[in-house]
Design a binder for this molecule. Structure first.
Ligand SMILES: Cc1cc2ncn([C@H]3O[C@H](COP(=O)(O)O)[C@@H](O)[C@H]3O)c2cc1C
Ligand SMILES: O=C(O)c1cccnc1
Length: 357
C-alpha cells in the first residue's frame, strides 16, 4: 500500500452516531452532562466505532524504538545503549509501560524500527511481542546532515502503519495506544513541535531525562542549529520528519494513521508520541477525530502541541516518562466513559423526573 492511498481512505467519523450519542449522554440520569469530559469522550468513541455500544476491551500499546545521531551533541542525561537495554526490559515485562499495560488488560507490542541494537526477534523471546523492522540503524546527527532521507522518513511512517494494521486485524483490537523508546528523542520531538506550532525553540524544549540547566541551553542551541541548517518546510510533514525527526516518531505517526484507517480510537502519550501525532495530523487533519491525548507531560512543549491539535489531555499526573505510560493509564478513563454511556439509564428508561427549569 502507498502512503497517499492510505491518506485518501481515512474518513471522517460518523456524525449521525455522534449526534445520537450526544442525545443519550444529555439524557442520562444525572444533572445535564454532569460527567463532563467523560460524556464528550464517550460520544467521540461512539462516532469513531459507529455504534452506541462500543467495545474497548481489546487493546494494545505500540512501543516504537529508535536511536538518534544527535545524542553526540550531549542532549540527553543517559547513554545511548539504554535504548537497547530498555527494549529487553519491555519484552521481559519489567518496565513501567509493560506493568501498567498488564494491569490494564492491554498487550504490549515492542517494535525496533530504528535502534542501534542488533537484537533479532528469535534472540529476544519474552512475555511481550517483539518485532524488528529496521528502517535504519539510528538517524544521522541533524546538526550536520538531515536525520534521514525523504524515502526513509516515508518508510518509517509506512512501517508503523503496517505493524499496527497487522495487529489491529489479527488481534481484532478495539483501541490502541502509542509509545516510544529512544534516548535523545525529546530533541527531535521539540524540533518538530517548534517547526509545526511556530512556538520558539526555547518554549518547546525541556530537560527530557533530566539534564542540567547548562545542558538545556546546549539542547536549545542544537535544535536551533538543525532547524536553521535544513530549514524544514512547516507545511511538509515528510520534509520535517526527514530533516529533524526520528524513525520511531515517524513510526508513531504511522500507528496513528492505522488507527484512523481501521476506525478505532488512538490514545497518544507524551511529547514524543505527540510529535508523531503532529506529523500524522499534517499529513491528514482528519486523524484528529480518532485521537485522544492520554495525558499532559511535564515537558513544557507538550502543552503547545496539544493546543495546536486542539486536544484536551485526559490526565495530568506530572509524568515525564514516555513509553506509552500516560496513554495506557488513560484507558481507565476511556473504559469509564464507555461504561457510562452504555450502562447508565436515561430519564425515560428509569422513570426519573427531569429538571423543572
Ligand atoms: C531508563 C529510561 C527509561 C525510559 N523510558 C522512556 N524514556 C524516555 O526518555 C528518553 C527521552 O529523553 P531524552 O531526550 O532526555 O533522552 C526516551 O527514551 C523516552 O522514551 C526513558 C529514559 C530512560 C533513561
Ligand atoms: O513527555 C514524554 O513523553 C517524555 C518526557 C521526557 C522524557 N521522555 C518522555
Amino acid at each position: 500500500m502507498r502512503l497517499e492511498n492510505i491518506l485518501k481512505e481515512i474518513a471522517p467519523t460518523n456524525q449521525e452516531i455522534f449526534e445520537k450519542a450526544k442525545e443519550r449522554t444529555s439524557n442520562l440520569i444525572m444533572p445535564y452532562r454532569a460527567m463532563g469530559m467523560l460524556n464528550d469522550i464517550s460520544e467521540k468513541v461512539c462516532a469513531i466505532k459507529e455504534t452506541l455500544k462500543p467495545s474497548v476491551n481489546k487493546r494494545a500499546v505500540f512501543v516504537m524504538a529508535g536511536d538518534h545521531g544527535v545524542v553526540e551533541e550531549g542532549v540527553s542525561a543517559f547513554p545511548q545503549q539504554v535504548t537497547c537495554e530498555m527494549i529487553k526490559a519491555f519484552v521481559n515485562d519489567i518496565a513501567t509501560i509493560t506493568v501498567l499495560a498488564r494491569q490494564n488488560n492491554c498487550s504490549t507490542i515492542v517494535a525496533d524500527v530504528g535502534s542501534k541494537c542488533n537484537i533479532s526477534e528469535k534472540e529476544l523471546k519474552g512475555s511481550n511481542k517483539f518485532i524488528v523492522k529496521k528502517v535504519k540503524y539510528r538517524t544521522n546527527n541533524f546538526t550536520k546532515e538531515p536525520a534521514m532521507t525523504r524515502e526513509e522518513a516515508e518508510k518509517s511512517i509506512m512501517t508503523g502503519f503496517e505493524i499496527a494494521s497487522e495487529e489491529i486485524k489479527s488481534q481484532k483490537l478495539d483501541v490502541i495506544a502509542t509509545g516510544d523508546m529512544g534516548i535523545g528523542n525529546t530533541t527531535p520531538s521539540s524540533a518538530i513541535g517548534a517547526v509545526i506550532t511556530g512556538k520558539s525553540v526555547e518554549e518547546m524544549t525541556g530537560k527530557g531525562t533530566g539534564i542540567t540547566s547548562d545542558l538545556l541551553q546546549n539542547k536549545i542551541n542544537v535544535i536551533k542549529t538543525g532547524i536553521n541548517l535544513h530549514k524544514p518546510n512547516p507545511d511538509d510533514a515528510i520534509d520535517i520528519l526527514s530533516k529533524v525527526g526520528g524513525i520511531e516518531i515517524g513510526a508513531i505517526a504511522g500507528v496513528i494513521l492505522a488507527g484512523a484507517y481501521h476506525k478505532i480510537p488512538v490514545i497518544i502519550d507524551g511529547l514524543i508520541s505527540t510529535a508523531g501525532a503532529l506529523i500524522a495530523y499534517k499529513l491528514c487533519p482528519t486523524v484528529k477525530e480518532y485521537m485522544f491525548a492520554g495525558h499532559i507531560s511535564e515537558e513544557p512543549g507538550h502543552k503547545y502541541m496539544l493546543e495546536y491539535l486542539g486536544l484536551s489531555p485526559l490526565l495530568r499526573l506530572n509524568m515525564r516518562l514516555g513509553e506509552g505510560t500516560g496513554a495506557v493509564l488513560a484507558m481507565h478513563i476511556l473504559d469509564a466513559a464507555v461504561k457510562i454511556i452504555t450502562e447508565v439509564a436515561t430519564f425515560e428508561e428509569a422513570g426519573v423526573s427531569k429538571s423543572d427549569i
